[in-house]
Design a binder for this molecule. Structure first.
Ligand code: SAM
Length: 247
């Protein structure tokens, strides 16, 4: 997988993507992430990449041509058209399911806007989809591109130790993950749940599944409308709902 990030602030992206798990995966060649400075593609002698909006109004708008030239340079380098995502507060909210699908793509090109945004014509010309990381407005698309890159990259083969690392986590199967504990066995008078010390794998699996259902009901009941539950899960959920109604 190769991800190209087009931005006016490549150092901001490199600072984050050079660290920790993603940084290691890049160093080991498991994934490729390239950060491109859109300013390097302007033809303006003062290296300008923005201008005031037609029709008036506050702020500046990123010009179409430098972005288009950056996109063309990447497409020429990889020898194909990448899947282009514009990070935007107007995009579809990012979900784990979409991250899983995007992790199967070979080439992603992420466009970060800044200031008031980007000239609409270049969006029409190159963008395949718009993704938002939430219903609020950031100063630029860089943080959103970093969130998207991290959430996709960790799903790629070889980035984490195994698929189990992410398959049991919150949102992967539509539920929130069970609670986790580590040493010491008792901390501030609070003991680790006994079942986790029992070594009985079937009981641990059952407890964890029930915890997933219970905490999803408690913290994010909206998620339950969309999740696949088997007969036992449904029975357990019905008991929890009954208990809630009784209290
Ligand atoms: N004028 C734009 C609007 O009202 O839709 C907002 C522009 S915003 C100040 C500047 C840039 O930040 C956007 O072009 C986009 O790339 C990025 N951005 C802001 N909020 C975002 C969000 N919630 N998700 C993804 N990108 C976002």
């Amino acid at each position: 997988m190769r991800i190209d990030i087009a931005t006016l602030f490549p150092d901001m992206c490199e600072a984050v993507l050079g660290e920790s798990i993603i940084g290691r995966a890049r160093k080991n060649g498991v994934i490729t992430v390239c950060c491109h400075n859109i300013r390097d593609y302007t033809l303006d002698k003062h290296r300008r990449v923005d201008d005031s909006p037609y029709g008036g109004g506050m702020g500046m708008v990123m010009q179409a041509e430098p972005i288009y030239r950056c996109y063309q340079a990447v497409a020429a380098e990889i020898g194909t058209k990448p899947h282009v995502i514009y990070l935007s507060p107007q995009g579809k909210p990012l979900r784990q399911r979409r991250c899983v699908e995007l992790a199967k793509q070979e080439h992603l090109f992420l466009l970060c806007g800044h200031y008031e945004g980007v000239d609409e014509r270049v969006l029409e010309e190159i963008v395949d989809e718009e993704i938002s990381i939430g219903d609020y407005v950031l100063t630029g698309g860089e943080l959103a591109a970093l969130v998207l890159t991290d959430s996709i990259a960790r799903l790629c083969d070889g980035v984490l130790a195994s698929a189990e690392c992410f398959e049991e986590e919150s949102h992967y199967n539509g539920l929130l993950e069970y609670p986790q504990y580590t040493r010491p066995e008792v901390w501030k008078g609070k003991a680790v749940p006994e079942v986790l010390l029992s070594g009985h794998h079937a009981n641990i699996r059952k407890w964890r599944r029930e915890q997933e259902i219970e905490r999803t009901l408690k913290k994010r009941p909206d998620m339950l409308a969309d999740v696949q539950l088997d007969k036992n899960d449904k029975k357990f959920l019905a008991t929890l709902i009954q208990e809630q109604d009784d209290n």
